[in-house]
Write a protein that binds this ligand. Structure first.
Ligand SMILES: Cc1cc2nc3c(=O)[nH]c(=O)nc-3n(C[C@H](O)[C@H](O)[C@H](O)COP(=O)(O)OP(=O)(O)OC[C@H]3O[C@@H](n4cnc5c(N)ncnc54)[C@H](O)[C@@H]3O)c2cc1C
Length: 380
């Protein structure tokens, strides 16, 4: 009864997308698949945003999209139309409902709301222990992320993209609902790389996130105080209600998470190192990796092939070295980039689709000295 071919742990972004891809593929029709999740997934615990050209992956559950990006630096202020891209938003709850419903329709997948407490691997199977049960699987795909997975090593710095966000509803119309404030660095940096991120749904509702790219988390009060101050200063607004809140901490590191894979336990999602090291964007990287992962599973190939180091990995290493060495001046890199390049060029680079010539234009737009210093430090 409790034996499965595959056990997926965690019904978050990567677990749901993997289960859905396996459920929809006839190769797995005779396989038994178990999806274990500790939460009910009935709350809107996060908002996902990403850029995309034209129609895309999650349009059926799209909450909002924007065609203009606003970048605010210490010395520049730029608003740019981003066609052919759009900046898209989906709500966590819509994503969970949509994919859980699809997964319910696959007869070979069983979903159980149980918290996993232990994993034990032998040469032939993995025993997954939950609070009340034990399950055996030939292979486990584990999306449980823990910073400790990366902190034992010293080769690569580990920063975090950490934030608290409030969805607020203001009494008066104060937002421009047609543009996203992608990064606002005009706020005090206080020794770190800190910015505001504003996603307006209408002229009186928006998600406002106070975000840092840094090593240490702040006290909750500090994020909240900065959001309050920003709403007051930027929008001259004191009358609003907080409708929803969210918080997150996404790893920013070039550490190779594939080192954690074992013969029968493979890590996926953030735990698999699928968060882009330099930005923390994970959703689209997950959506793009899942079809490749499914092919590897079908061919019985090792997952180590996913995330092969390419030139962008090396760029991310240098970027994170620079950000780590001089966290207070991280804003200057972004300001320099957005001053010289269009958001379209930045998106293409972050999507890892640029040619060497385009990379050089990107590199040329960054402050030279800190990157050369980081380069030579890595070299010797
Ligand atoms: C608030 C927030 C906003 C984000 N916004 C963006 C964004 O805009 N764009 C972007 O690209 N990325 C974003 N990210 C980063 C990333 O896309 C998400 O973290 C994404 O959910 C990662 O997917 P995952 O499958 O690795 O982890 P998760 O989605 O977190 O899935 C892990 C699942 O495991 C479950 N679980 C945990 N412990 C156990 C246990 N012991 N037993 C069973 N189940 C367990 C959890 O409940 C969860 O459902 C955001 C992250 C957060 C936290």
């Amino acid at each position: 009864m409790n034996n499965y071919d595959y056990i997926i742990i965690g019904a978050g972004a990567s677990g749901l997308l993997l289960a859905d891809a396996m459920g929809g593929d006839s190769f797995f029709a005779q396989k038994k698949i178990l999806l274990l999740e500790k939460d009910s997934k009935k709350t809107n615990d996060r908002t996902w945003c990403y850029w995309e050209k034209g129609k895309g992956h999650f349009d059926a559950i799209l909450h909002k999209k924007w065609d203009t990006i606003h970048f605010e630096g210490k010395v520049i202020s730029k608003r740019t139309q981003i066609a052919p891209y759009s900046y898209k938003m989906i709500k966590g709850i819509d994503f969970y409902n949509h994919f859980l419903k699809r997964i319910e329709s696959y007869s070979n997948i069983t979903f159980k709301q149980e918290e996993v407490v232990n994993l034990q691997e032998t040469s032939t199977e993995v025993t997954v222990q939950t609070q009340n049960n034990c399950y055996n699987g030939h292979y486990v795909f584990n999306s449980l992320f823990n910073f400790k997975m990366a902190t034992q090593q010293k080769q690569f710095p580990i920063l975090q993209q950490h934030f608290i966000g409030w969805v607020i509803k203001t009494e008066k119309p104060v937002f421009n609902a047609s543009e996203v404030t992608y990064m606002d660095f005009s706020i005090p940096q206080k020794g770190n790389t800190r910015f505001m991120y504003v996603l307006p749904n209408s002229n009186n509702t928006a998600l406002i996130e106070y975000t840092l790219f840094s090593e240490q988390l702040l006290d909750k009060e500090e994020y909240e105080e900065q959001i309050k101050q920003y709403i007051r200063d930027r929008y001259q607004c004191e009358a609003y209600e907080i409708i929803e809140t969210e918080a997150g901490s996404i790893p920013m590191t070039c550490y190779d998470f594939r080192e954690n894979h074992t013969k029968r336990i493979r890590y996926i999602g953030t735990a698999g190192g699928w968060a882009k090291p330099s930005t923390g964007y994970t959703l689209m990287s997950t959506a793009n990796k899942i079809p490749k992962l499914v092919e590897y599973i079908k061919k019985g190939e090792p997952l180590k092939k996913l995330n092969l180091k390419n030139k962008f990995w090396y760029y991310d290493v240098l970027f994170l070295d620079v950000l780590h060495a001089d966290n207070a001046n991280g804003y200057a890199i972004f300001e320099s980039l957005f001053k010289s390049l269009s958001p379209q060029k930045v998106f293409k680079f972050l999507d890892e689709k640029t040619t060497l010539r385009e990379d050089l234009a990107f590199i040329n737009s960054c402050p030279k000295f800190p990157f050369l210093k980081a380069f030579f430090k890595r070299l010797f």
